[in-house]
Ligand binder design. Structure first.
Ligand code: FES
Length: 84
């Protein structure tokens, strides 16, 4: 199991799960869910190594460093802590 932590909330997810539904329930605003609008931008505080490489949609919207598009992410395993 993997663990996602947003501010004071945490949830367990299956290894390899997309996180978009969980982060929406935890308060992150979600728009298109397809990597187009940028609404779901989050800052990864811990666990970047448990996320996939940045994809073209993220690069096209200017994500860099710890800034990622929440709707594009899966959590491979371990713990990821983020804020928005
Ligand atoms: S919800 Fe639109 S880019 Fe993620």
């Amino acid at each position: 199991m993997a663990k996602l932590i947003i501010n004071d909330k945490e949830v367990e997810l299956e290894d390899g799960a997309r996180i978009v539904d969980a982060i929406e329930e935890m308060g992150v605003p979600i728009g298109c869910s397809n990597g187009v609008c940028g609404t779901c931008e989050v800052e990864i505080l811990e666990g970047m190594e448990n996320l996939p490489e940045m994809n073209d949609e993220e690069r096209d919207l200017g994500m860099e460093g710890n800034r990622r598009l929440g709707c594009q992410l899966t959590i491979t395993s371990g713990t990821v802590k983020l804020t928005y």
